[in-house]
Design a protein around this ligand. Sequence first.
Ligand code: ADP
Ligand code: MG
Length: 140
Amino acid sequence: MAVQRTFSIIKPDATKRNLTGAITAKFEEAGLRVVASKRIRMTMEQAQTFYAVHKDRPFFGELCEFMISEPIVVQVLEGEDAIAKNREVMGATNPADAAEGTIRKEFALSIGENSVHGSDGPDTAAEEIAYFFSGLEIVG
Ligand code: ADP
Ligand code: MG
């Protein structure tokens, strides 16, 4: 498997509880390199665009309100098989189903406030990275 880049968000529930470093350490321990990182406050328009794939789901409004409720940290992670590896380190969407040692098992509060976002495939990874970062901001 080749070296890939994936897009990650440390979500509001985690930045609020000062878990940026603890979550970043989980990525680094798994062999993922942080090649871009910035702390931002998402706008409602950005949240709705970013999560447009979920716009017809019952939790869409709640999800967007949550994502703008506190600052987030957006990151680009790089490594061998980075997209799948990141999903593995994140754990299942619902922390009740997440495996031991995963970020969501250790830190998530609920299925909605679940501490991290990670791209689910090569196409979404490329789109999501380009949505938040210019090429100059990514230093591998
Ligand atoms: P993942 O983040 O694991 O890729 P999804 O893409 O299915 O999960 O969902 C995006 C985000 O929407 C989740 O991470 C979570 O914050 C929120 N979400 C998903 N399902 C629910 C739900 N049933 N109730 C509330 N929020 C949800
Ligand atoms: Mg998803």
